[in-house]
Every structure is written in structure tokens, then in C-alpha cells.
Design a protein around this ligand. Structure first.
Ligand SMILES: [Zn+2]
Ligand SMILES: [Zn+2]
Length: 309
């Protein structure tokens, strides 16, 4: 197979785009798509100070690398969940990238804050591990932006993540979540930072190829708690559909975005926005879920970050 652009031997076959490309032209092709996404959805303004949520995996490290390469100079934030072995190795990959990019990374250690790893925290508040993790991550990532003056939080969610979440929401007709996914979620003043997903239209396979071609050293293992998660089953199913009908995944997600745009801003959620009386984070009651969690630990703890670089 030959590269469609330059005619040299192709390194990757992209059936959903009916094309094959060499390494150099594939990198340019993917970076162009991310630039276009950033432009089309107005993800980052010139005056913005972006920060990337990094986990040590291929998606977030590739995103951090690519954003800096495309001229969107950004620091990183890493949340150390205190998972034996896994968290240390992930942090090591993040530090390496911070050194490569010469950018700062903020580190929040769950264990320093709550004296337990994420599994222990989940047990105390009697929630599934992934739910406790979500609460802490959302809160801390927002908090670093508010405290340190970042105006945009970028996450490495890719096409496969979005397609599988969307698939799950449709499968069970979760109306309350169905129209909440987007490439950009606007912030709310000093309470909530704007969130963006520049890889929304890039598949996991494309990002993995990019990471390998660019020599990005990432942690291969998935989080040990993600095993058996429904989203992984959906991803497998969608990949099987993709194999027999290339391009289905991107059509599914693009079709959703188109409908979302046509739908406009109709308010689905009748609940008014309120803010945590203790910390100002958006909530539906007097106290946000993070402050509620702190109460369960009987701690007055306030958020602190380590700084690397
Ligand atoms: Zn080429
Ligand atoms: Zn709060």
C-alpha cells in the first residue's frame, strides 16, 4: 500500500477515511484534524491559559504533546489516586513528558489529602471506586484551574470514549445525560472552568499510532478498576461494527454533534444552578459532592498541589 499524499510506502491504513498514509503524512493529517476541531468549536482563544489533565496514558500525553506542538502552550495536572504500583508508574510517565515539554505539572496526591488510596476512599463513602474517582478528579481539576489561573481544561477523551458513552446513553435512553456530551462545555465564571476535548474526533487507534510514531512513552495498562466496565464492552462492540462498516464510529459521533447543534440551547434540566456554600463549586444542594466527601472523613482539609517543574 502506498501513501495517498506522497506515494512512499504507507505506515497506516485508515479505512474510515478510505486512505493510507506514511508516518509523516499521518502525523500531519491527525494534527490538522485537531487544529480544525480547536478552531471550529472555538476551544481555545488567544487570551486563554490552557492546562491538560494528564493520566500517563496515550491519549492525555499525546494531547499534551500535540497542544504544545501546535502552539497552545499548556501545563499539566496529574491526580495521584494512590493505586499501588500503577499510580507511581503513571506519574513517572507524566514527569518524563513534563521534562520533554519543559512545562509544569501540578500533582494532587489523594493519599496525602485523605490518608487512603482511591479504593479506601470509596469504601469510606460507600460508593463504587470509579464514582469516587470521578468526584475527586472533576473537583480537583476544576480547582487547580480556579486557584492557579488556568482558563481552559483540556482532557484526552477520544472518539471511542465518546462513541461508547453515547452508545450507552442511547441504549438505556438516559435522557439526563444524552445531550450533555460536547466538544466544549462552557464554564461558569469563578465557579467552573471551561472544559474542552480536542481529540473528540480522533480514534483511539489513531492516537495510539501517533504516540508510537512520536516516541511518546506512556503507561500501557488500563486502570485496574476499569476492568469489566461496561464502556469497554461497548468499545469492543463498536469496533466490530467499525470493522464491517468502516466510518460508522465517526458518523455516529458527528451525527450526534449535528443534532446537538440543531437542538440548540433548550434547557432540559429544570434545576437551577447553585453553588457550594463552603467552596463555590456547582452543586444541586448546599454542599458539593467533594465537600460532602470531606465531611465523611471528618476533615477540614483544603486542597494543595505539589508542583513539578
Ligand atoms: Zn506520505
Ligand atoms: Zn464544596
Amino acid at each position: 500500500m502506498k501513501c495517498r499524499v506522497c506515494g512512499k510506502p504507507a505506515n497506516i491504513n485508515l479505512r474510515s477515511y478510505k486512505t493510507a498514509l506514511c508516518e509523516e503524512d499521518f502525523i500531519a493529517f491527525l494534527e490538522k484534524r485537531v487544529s480544525a476541531t480547536i478552531g471550529k468549536y472555538r476551544l481555545i482563544d488567544e487570551a486563554d491559559r490552557p492546562i491538560v489533565a494528564v493520566s500517563g496514558g496515550k491519549d492525555s500525553l499525546s494531547l499534551w504533546y500535540m497542544m504544545n506542538k501546535l502552539g497552545y502552550v499548556s501545563d499539566g495536572i496529574y491526580i495521584d489516586l494512590g493505586i499501588e504500583g500503577y499510580s507511581e508508574r503513571s506519574l513517572e510517565k507524566v514527569r518524563q513528558m513534563a521534562d520533554t515539554l519543559r512545562r509544569r505539572v501540578y500533582v494532587f496526591h489523594v493519599r496525602n489529602a485523605l490518608q487512603k488510596g482511591i479504593d479506601g476512599v470509596a469504601r469510606v463513602i460507600r460508593r463504587p471506586t470509579c464514582s469516587a474517582c470521578g468526584t475527586i478528579k472533576r473537583y480537583i481539576m476544576n480547582r487547580v484551574c480556579i486557584d492557579k489561573g488556568y482558563t481552559v481544561l483540556a482532557t484526552g477523551h477520544n472518539l471511542d470514549d465518546e462513541a461508547s458513552a453515547l452508545f450507552g446513553n442511547v441504549l438505556y435512553w438516559k435522557r439526563e445525560y444524552l445531550w450533555k456530551k460536547n466538544v466544549v462545555l462552557e464554564g461558569r465564571g469563578e465557579h467552573l472552568v471551561k472544559k474542552i476535548k480536542p481529540f473528540f474526533l480522533c480514534s483511539e487507534r489513531e492516537i495510539a499510532a501517533y504516540a508510537i510514531m512520536k516516541g511518546i512513552d506512556y503507561i500501557y495498562e488500563e486502570c485496574p478498576y476499569s476492568e469489566g466496565a461496561k464502556t469497554l464492552v461497548y468499545k469492543e462492540m463498536l469496533n466490530r461494527i467499525e470493522e464491517s462498516s468502516p466510518g460508522t464510529k465517526i458518523m455516529f459521533v458527528k451525527g450526534y454533534l449535528k443534532m446537538l447543534k440543531e437542538k440548540g440551547d433548550e434547557k432540559e434540566d429544570g434545576r437551577e444552578s447553585r453553588y457550594c456554600l463552603r467552596c463555590g463549586y456547582p452543586t444541586f444542594s448546599d454542599k458539593c459532592s467533594f465537600c460532602w466527601l470531606l465531611d465523611k472523613f471528618g476533615t477540614e482539609y483544603d486542597v494543595e498541589f505539589d508542583q513539578y517543574n
